[in-house]
Design a protein around this ligand. Structure first.
Ligand code: 13P
Ligand code: SF4
Length: 299
């Protein structure tokens, strides 16, 4: 039996739906029922009817799906696929900031562990962070864990006072302004599309800044025919599906090695064996749900 047949058979058997992020390999995106950015996937996870969610992404995504759907079984193809940035915030520093500022909102990027979420007031993704920060009544915002997304949102919300944390994504910080300029010199008509996990000097060069879905929608709707893509190049699969005649250039960025751990083989095995089930303690589930639900309300 082929791997694809195996996946289809076990999907039926397990009453499973497959969700995938744009950064996983092309063939995995191709077999998914829903592909999207972090916000879309967390919303979809609350809407699907299937008993089992197989999440082709990194662990914070599977955790978020479980937190929002405690009665469903959430399975990961590879439990080792973990976003390093999700761990890059310090609970002592959060507590210190809460003591220092009475009117503080801890705003937590969804790329974070379930434990970090429990110390937060609201979660955000790159597609809704600005809207949510602006909607908060608080003046002081402690943005965790990503410094670059925090600085970009701060630049768009000057009425708020931000405290930054020093987390970062190694994929997006591997994109340098110098390399973007080299590609722009070769393709001067290309528009520059930038994910806000990039550094501010790269963001300053952008024609468009947004989440993976935002980048895909912008490129599809733009009159321009060529684009310099400043995010993980897994997005190229959807970009080329949507606009096969347009050109998409990379800037020599790193791959997200964690997202690339997901393969058709481990998708099939996870469904068959049901071994990589996301399990979180009841108290953790309860506490981490509040900031995620607040995100869904405000976002
Ligand atoms: P979005 O898909 O929300 O743009 O996030 C990118 C990312 O780094 C996911 O890990
Ligand atoms: Fe984490 Fe960066 Fe990979 Fe996204 S691209 S999962 S932020 S390491």
């Amino acid at each position: 039996m082929s791997t694809l047949d195996k996946i289809n058979q076990w999907k039926k058997e397990r009453d499973a739906v497959i969700l995938a992020h744009y950064y996983v390999d092309d063939e995995v995106q191709a077999i998914a029922d829903y592909v999207g950015d972090s916000f879309y996937l967390s919303k979809i996870a609350t809407m699907v009817k299937a008993k089992t969610i197989l999440f082709c992404g990194v662990s914070f995504m599977g955790e978020s799906a479980k937190i929002l759907n405690p009665d469903k079984t959430v399975v990961m193809p590879d439990m080792g696929a973990d976003c390093p940035m999700a761990h890059m915030a310090d609970i002592d520093k959060i507590n210190q900031a809460r003591e220092e500022y009475e009117d503080l909102a801890v705003v937590c990027y969804i790329n974070s562990t379930a434990q970090l979420k429990t110390y937060s007031d609201v979660c955000v993704t790159s597609s809704n962070a600005l809207k949510i920060v602006k909607a908060l009544p608080n003046q002081h915002i402690y943005f965790i864990p990503d410094e670059n997304l925090g600085r970009y949102i701060a630049s768009q919300a000057p009425e708020k006072h931000f405290i930054f944390n020093d987390g970062y994504c190694h994929v997006h910080t591997s994109i340098t302004a110098k390399n973007v300029q080299i590609v722009k010199d070769i393709h001067p008509r290309a528009e520059i599309l930038v994910h806000p996990e990039c550094t501010m000097d790269v963001i300053a060069m952008a024609d468009y800044v947004g989440s993976t879905s935002g980048i895909i929608t912008y490129a599809a709707e733009s009159k321009c025919k060529e684009f310099i893509v400043c995010t993980e190049m897994g997005v190229r699969y959807e970009l080329e599906l949507k606009k096969p005649k347009k050109r998409f250039y990379d800037v020599g960025q790193k791959k997200c090695s964690d997202m690339k751990r997901i393969t058709l083989d481990n998708v099939a095995d996870a469904l068959e064996q049901m071994s990589n089930v996301v399990e979180l303690e009841e108290e953790l589930l309860e506490k981490a749900r509040k900031p995620l639900e607040r995100m869904l309300e405000l976002g």
